[in-house]
Design a protein around this ligand. Structure first.
Ligand SMILES: NC(=O)c1ccc[n+]([C@@H]2O[C@H](COP(=O)([O-])OP(=O)(O)OC[C@H]3O[C@@H](n4cnc5c(N)ncnc54)[C@H](OP(=O)(O)O)[C@@H]3O)[C@@H](O)[C@H]2O)c1
Length: 362
């Protein structure tokens, strides 16, 4: 598990090499504002080997945030993260390991008959009730999430997962009402609170794609204030003194800045952007797709690029995501060691100040 001592020692080792506020608070520890994501890439041994080298380079270079999910590359990403943490000289206590459950994962490769696999492994075995399954591939019911958490602990070879996300809960809105999704989240959060008490996870969160970027009338919308309130109720039901809901994850980059611009969450001072609300609620925000799934390498809008520090378009894009008020860490998918090196270089520059960031949108 990441500890205060472990992460602060990591910061002492690397902090001076980077720009202002490169390391940021997460709980009682500190984490890098560049995190390594493991979503993309084929489910092959060759890509596993690339990730292994990239993760070693990241840990040895000042990045102590690893983000994965059980379904990424059919569980291969979690497994390579686990193996590489074991192999690395960097101690486990220095690294935030985050994973997610919600999409039914295959096991190492895509089966010849995916529906039959899902039927046998999950529905037939009683782990997933048909009515909880959306698109034949998504479920956030408590029993299923607990099963997935156990599998992730085993894949990652760790006693405690630092941050466990419920993955894309908005997918459930295709099959049930908003209220029913909140109810299911509360039931699942209650189990996660219990697993915190048991020491299996330290914190939990929700990782999303659409839900926190849209207006409240949108079919994919869920309210963060309501999610926080459900997490508080879950903590109480589990007998914990406070909620361990600690983070949200959502796409954020130069071309997808809705988390900053769309005001859709009821806060103390009126309707607020999700980043603003999260910050005030004490939640850490993790920006996914920070370089637009690689597309921002081709160029940023000129008016934005000229305000950002960095030697390449990608470095500037990373510094945009790291600069948004409320973002703790910008996640960049990196299976290439060279990309790790280039992206860590971006963080030698200071991020934009809050005022300069605001001006980009004027
Ligand atoms: N809903 C969700 O929960 C959700 C959704 C999407 C993503 N995520 C998380 O967020 C992470 C980041 O998002 P993402 O991977 O989708 O997109 P991304 O980080 O915006 O882009 C990743 C792509 O950019 C390439 N790349 C990295 N550095 C580069 C550089 N310096 N120059 C050129 N290309 C570069 C990578 O190539 P190489 O692999 O070859 O290095 C990879 O193809 C994911 O890995 C995942 O952990 C979560």
């Amino acid at each position: 598990m990441a500890t205060a001592d472990g992460t602060w020692a990591y910061r002492d080792r690397f902090g001076d090499e980077f720009g202002r506020t490169y390391f940021r608070r997460f709980g009682d520890g500190v984490i890098s504002s560049l995190g390594l994501g493991t979503y993309l890439g084929d489910p092959t041994d060759a890509v596993d080997e690339r990730y292994e080298k990239a993760i070693l380079a990241a840990l040895d270079g000042g990045c102590n945030v690893l983000d994965t999910a059980i379904n990424y590359r059919h569980q291969r990403s979690e497994r390579v993260v686990g193996r590489t943490l074991e192999e690395s000289d960097v101690e486990r206590e220095s690294v935030l390991v985050a994973t997610k459950g919600g999409f039914l994962p295959f096991d190492g490769e895509r089966p010849e008959n995916p529906s039959e696999f899902v039927r046998e492994e999950y529905v037939g075995s009683g782990l997933v009730a048909r009515e909880d399954l959306v698109r034949g591939s998504h479920c956030i019911a408590p029993d299923f999430i607990e099963d997935q958490l156990d599998r992730s602990l085993s894949n990652l070879g760790t006693e405690t997962i630092d941050l466990y996300y419920v993955h894309n809960p908005e997918a459930q809105l295709e099959a049930r009402s908003q209220e029913a999704v909140y109810d299911q989240l509360e039931a699942t959060f209650t189990r996660l609170e219990e697993r915190v008490a048991a020491g299996d996870i330290r914190y939990y969160g929700v990782a999303t794609w659409d839900t926190f970027r849209v207006h409240s009338e949108h079919a994919s919308y869920l309210s963060l204030p309501e999610i926080v309130s459900r997490a508080r109720a879950a903590a109480k039901a589990a007998g914990n003194t406070a909620t361990h809901l600690r983070a949200i994850q959502l796409p954020f980059n130069v071309r997808m800045a809705d988390a900053f611009t769309v005001e859709a969450h009821d806060g103390a001072e009126g309707v607020e952007s999700v980043l603003w609300f999260a910050q005030k609620a004490g939640l850490n925000a993790f920006a996914s797709a920070a370089i637009g799934q690689g597309q921002l390498a081709a160029g940023l809008p000129e008016a934005v690029a000229e305000r950002l520090e960095g030697d390449s378009e990608v470095q500037k894009a990373i510094n945009f995501a790291r600069s948004a008020p409320g973002v703790t860490s910008a996640l960049v998918g990196m299976s290439s060691r060279e990309h790790v090196e280039e992206n860590l270089e971006a963080c030698r520059f200071d991020p934009m100040g809050a005022e300069a960031f605001d001006q980009v949108f004027e």
